[in-house]
Design a protein around this ligand. Structure first.
Ligand code: MNI
Length: 459
């Protein structure tokens, strides 16, 4: 039985008896939740891809992805962001040694993004702990073999779906050692934080690297829910924040909630964290969104569409609530689905209407990605190629997306200029505009103090 289905039934009932469908707005994310800002202090709207799942299993932990692939992505969709997968096994292949050659190769790829004005979030990816959970190595990814302690407990490989591995005794034990629930391996969390320090030391002076996503889809092993998020997960985050800030004061640090539950829209108990950097804190929230009905195999059509909208309303409210507690911006780190399924394009549109920064899962070729195995565009390309403000020269008050226009109201903060990605061009109601036809970027210089209302009429 699929784990999602196993845990899901009760949750669906909870959703059904809960609040009605939350009203959809096509504007700003929510009161009290700030925006990610760039080094000049402009508010950023980030749109891009997870690049890529292939990095989980390649021997060198690099994604199967070329500079030409990136060029095509920009030309087709005008993305400005990537959640770039890195792996602890590659950063720290033996305890306490950091692979500078691997980091150089990551840096080379970061350079491709930098050249095109992208922002990069490095994601320390794991699923199912690490490849060491099975002898064949095909199930998990992330953690190095030396940090994998199964204590001889079994990990059965005849799983109906990949998530079921999370419930295998050996996998739970590997996590219990990492979180020091067993008390046997107190060193592991410090190694992980040390690996982050090595990454931050390498990228602190690369302006394209916006920040760090500390752990993909955390799983608590035998400690779950609020006890996990406010206990060992918070402890790991505190240690990572301390190590990163010992070398890097001005990158964003993004935290993920426990994946089970939060991915579907349930609340997270992640607490507030102090940021030891000088100046305002730069700690944000990067949850994932996989609406439950779709996880259960339904399409975004008919009755399940209503359920999905309902769970997405919960997801939005709970995400913003946690972000307010953390006191930082939200990046939707992952959402995605099989684009060949009925209603898939509508769902992607709906997620874009949330108005958040986001990275689609994932950039890999196939039915979920923008291009299929033969390189042919899937319906995702047309849907993801949407006009958006990439950078705003102030603090946004309201961003509204109309069918043929885009309006941004902001409190100018002497930064600027504002930049818009416009697939087919457009004109600005205010200020001095420059159009870059090769990049499809409209750059608009407006007044640099006071409230600015800027409407872009789309062609
Ligand atoms: O669906 C999940 C997911 C389900 C269950 C669990 N646990 C039981 C811990 C964890 C995660 N994840 C969705 C996507 N995230 C990964 C990469 O981060 C992708 O491969 C999945 O499609």
């Amino acid at each position: 039985m699929k784990l999602a289905r196993f845990i899901a039934v009760g949750l669906v009932l909870a959703f059904l008896t809960g609040a009605g469908v939350v009203a959809w707005t096509r504007d700003t994310p929510g009161d009290g939740v700030p925006y990610v800002t760039d080094s000049r202090g402009r508010a950023l709207i980030l749109r891009g891809f997870n690049t890529s799942s292939s990095a989980k299993s390649t021997p060198d932990a690099l994604p199967e992805f070329t500079e030409a692939d990136l060029q095509r992505e920009y030309g087709d969709m005008g993305t400005n962001f990537v959640r770039f997968l890195i792996q602890w096994r590659a950063v720290e292949p033996t305890p306490g040694t950091y692979d500078t050659k691997y980091l150089d190769k990551v840096a080379e790829r970061v350079g491709w993004y930098a050249k095109r004005g992208y922002h990069v979030m490095l994601d320390m990816h794991q699923d199912l702990w690490g490849s060491g959970i099975t002898p064949e190595g095909g199930a998990g990814n992330g953690a190095p073999g030396w940090a994998t302690h199964l204590d001889g407990l079994p990990v059965a490989t005849d799983q109906p779906t990949w998530e079921m591995y999370y419930l295998e005794p050996g996998v739970i034990r590997a996590f219990d050692h990492f979180w020091n629930t067993t008390g046997d391996h107190p060193e592991l969390m410090d190694h992980y934080a040390g690996a982050w320090k090595a990454v931050a030391a390498r990228f602190k002076d690369e302006p394209a690297v916006l920040g760090y996503d500390l752990m993909n889809e955390p799983w608590g092993g035998s400690v779950q829910g609020a006890a996990f998020e406010s206990g060992p997960l918070a402890e790991l985050y505190r240690r990572c924040i301390a190590q990163i800030r010992s070398v890097d004061d001005d990158s964003w640090i993004f935290l993920e909630p426990q994946a089970v539950g939060a991915n579907w829209g349930l609340p997270s108990a992640l607490p507030h964290f102090d940021d030891p950097r000088p100046g305002p804190p730069m700690i944000g929230f990067a949850p994932h969104l996989y609406p439950l009905p779709l996880d259960l195999g339904d399409d975004y059509t008919a009755g399940s569409k209503e359920w999905t909208d309902r769970t997405m309303g919960w997801w939005r409210d709970n995400t913003l609530r946690t972000a307010r507690r953390i006191g930082g911006p939200v990046i939707l780190g992952e959402f995605g689905l099989d684009m060949t399924r009925p209603g898939a394009a509508d769902l992607v549109n709906r997620v874009q209407d949330l108005g958040l920064s986001m990275s689609y899962w994932s950039r890999d070729p196939g039915a979920w990605g923008p291009y299929d195995d033969k390189g042919k565009p899937t319906p995702l390309v047309a849907i993801y190629n949407r006009a958006y403000p990439r950078a705003i020269g102030g603090v946004p008050r309201k961003i509204s997306y109309g069918d043929r226009s885009l309006t941004v109201v902001f409190d100018a903060n002497e930064t600027g200029p504002s930049e818009f990605y416009l697939p087919n061009g457009g004109t600005a109601s205010e200020g001095e505009s420059t159009w870059d036809p090769s990049r499809h970027i409209l750059t608009v210089k407006t007044k640099t103090t006071g409230i600015v209302t800027l409407t872009i009429t789309l062609k």
